[in-house]
Design a protein around this ligand. Structure first.
Ligand SMILES: Nc1ncnc2c1ncn2[C@@H]1O[C@H](COP(=O)(O)OP(=O)(O)OP(=O)(O)O)[C@@H](O)[C@H]1O
Ligand SMILES: [Mg+2]
Length: 547
């Protein structure tokens, strides 16, 4: 069975058009150079040489191993096997000499030059051993056919056949090495393509892109053909181009380079924050620069979150301290105001009106203090199992009048989600603040969309979208800061989103905002579920808020 498949393989190789082409080519060179004195057809002279060699196969193999074995450092233990191999190889050559159409010998040689034992050594080593065989056969011819007329012709035929063999061997080795290089190039290309970082290959000295990997195509948002031909810096914002060009030039001098905090322009979406590494590749007389882009977006996001959290923690402590200090005097002032109102019992309406104003404003101050306390860590509150869809429904119902008065139409898309693990009061605050902000961002009315869905296995996603004025990009980094507000004095304290941020962080969730000025804003929250394998059926009983 095994023998059968090996034979089949050789059959295939014999019919291989590349081999056929190769055999034709070598024959053509020999003919052109006048090296083919004896035709490639079966002749009596060929038969005579073949028979002579065949009869002396064992002797040839013995003399050969005694010289070649020590010369090529082949241990005597391996000689037995080698002799048997060389006999087989010799017979295949003899078959070809007898009948030039029999090319089995070249099918073998070609296969062995590629991946076989002889491919592990320099071609000269193999060729020397072949030269030795030719020399042994020539010596035997001179020894045994000394007086024969045919001797010069037999020697000349041997020379012709050996020259042809040497040319084939040479080409087979080169072909095998070329194929190895092709394979290496292919695997190199594949590993670059699957590398998880955008990579570009540049040609010096003008630093135009001559190739890129698939990740680069995806990030830039263009096909390789459209990226090729541009200078590398064309992929960067205007303000970074001089630095990128300088990096390329420095790479030619120092062989490698790196630049931090750059941006890769993208057809779709924001520029990607990146670090860039370069390496010079000198090859013959071409110089290329390989550039690798390291995506920093995750790191940047984490940094921003960390800074925000630290800032919040610091302000939270401050707020808690102040709120405590103010709450007691406030209570005293409120009491004093009530006392005053009773004590004075002043008939003048302006006195009563002033007292009324003082009380209303004091209540507002108390509300702010409560917000501050909510924002601070003190009022973190216990987390419990909360049916978020239920809470959204109740909150919207509560705010129904407010929404109507402001011409806002509310739409909900509440998917089946697991129960969340959050503080219910805190979460109600979150919804109230997000919805209030959305309504305030739509002074002429608009749409409010609330959507819930299961996110990762242990998360629930809530998004609140409005069709309001949107937030300019330069303001988006500040909106979670306490006391940041764009509203008129008296209309907002700028604590709403700080409270939201604080509640979500304390629950171990995340909050992100996307906004297009003039089109609207979406807040996307991800909240932890009660336990990761929670049933999709909401476990919280219906509280009967339905109409
Ligand atoms: N949906 C939104 N659309 C547009 N801008 C928004 C939206 N939500 C928040 N903002 C911006 O973020 C700022 C901060 O919001 P935040 O809720 O913290 O404070 P506020 O609404 O101004 O005051 P407060 O909530 O304390 O009454 C707002 O002043 C507004 O500029
Ligand atoms: Mg607000």
């Amino acid at each position: 069975m095994r023998k059968g498949s090996a034979t089949e393989r050789r059959e295939l190789q014999r019919d291989d058009p590349q081999l056929q082409e190769h055999l034709r080519r070598v024959k053509g060179y020999m003919r052109g150079c006048g090296l083919l004195a004896f035709p490639a057809t079966e002749t009596p002279l060929r038969a005579q040489l073949a028979n002579f060699m065949e009869e002396r196969t064992d002797e040839t193999a013995r003399i050969w191993i005694e010289t070649v074995g020590p010369a090529l450092n082949i241990p005597p233990s391996a000689w037995g096997e080698l002799i048997s191999d060389i006999r087989d190889a010799h017979r295949r050559w003899i078959d070809h000499i007898r009948n030039p159409d029999d090319v089995e010998t070249y099918v073998y040689l070609r296969a062995h030059a590629r991946g076989g034992f002889i491919s592990h050594f320099p071609p000269s080593r193999f060729l020397s051993s072949q030269l030795k065989i030719r020399q042994i056969v020539a010596d035997l011819l001179r020894r045994d056919l000394r007086d024969r007329q045919a001797l010069p012709e037999l020697l000349a035929l041997l020379d012709q056949e050996f020259s042809e063999r040497a040319l084939h061997i040479n080409d087979f080795f080169v072909e095998a090495r070329e194929q190895d290089l092709e394979d290496q190039k292919e695997s190199y290309r594949r590993s670059i393509d699957s590398a998880p970082a955008p990579m570009f290959m540049l040609e010096a000295p003008d630093f135009t892109i001559v190739g890129c990997n698939q990740v680069a195509e995806q990030e830039v948002g263009l096909e390789e053909a459209s990226i090729i031909g541009r200078p590398l810096w064309a992929l960067h914002p205007e303000s970074e181009r001089t630095r990128v060009r300088a990096l390329c030039e420095a790479t030619l001098i120092h062989a490698s380079g790196r630049l931090e905090n750059l941006h890769l322009e993208r057809k779709h979406g924001e520029p990607l924050p990146v670090d860039v590494r370069t390496a010079l590749i000198d090859y013959w007389n071409t110089r290329h620069i390989q550039t690798i882009y390291i995506d920093l977006s995750d790191r940047k996001r984490l940094e921003v979150q960390l800074i925000q959290s630290e800032k919040m923690a610091a302000i939270g402590q401050l707020a808690a301290g102040i709120a405590h200090e103010i709450r007691n005097p406030l209570g005293i002032i409120m009491n004093a105001l009530y006392d005053l109102a009773e004590l004075l019992a002043d008939p003048r309406p302006e006195v009563n009106e002033d007292l009324q104003i003082a009380k209303v404003e004091m209540s507002r101050v108390q509300e702010i203090i409560n917000d501050l306390l909510e924002f601070s860590r003190e009022s973190r509150g216990e987390r419990q199992a909360v049916d978020l869809n239920d809470l959204v429904g109740r909150t919207l119902k509560l705010m129904n009048k407010y929404l109507q008065n402001n011409g806002v139409r509310a739409f909900t898309d509440l998917e089946r989600i697991p129960v969340c693990h959050i503080n219910e009061n805190g979460m109600r605050q979150v919804l109230l603040n997000l919805i209030t902000n959305a309504v305030q961002a739509m002074p002429r009315g608009g749409e409010l969309h609330v959507h819930t869905e299961a996110a990762a296995t242990d998360r629930v996603r809530l998004s609140v979208r409005d069709t309001g004025v949107g937030i300019p990009p330069e303001q988006i980094g500040s909106i979670f800061n306490p006391f940041y507000t764009t509203k008129q004095p008296g209309e907002g304290t700028g604590l709403g989103l700080s409270v939201v941020h604080s509640v979500i962080k304390n629950a171990g969730g995340t909050i992100e905002v996307k906004s297009t000025p003039g089109a609207g804003t979406t807040f996307v929250l991800e909240l932890p579920i009660d336990h990761p394998d929670a049933d999709l059926n909401a476990a919280v009983p219906d509280r009967g808020y339905a109409d």
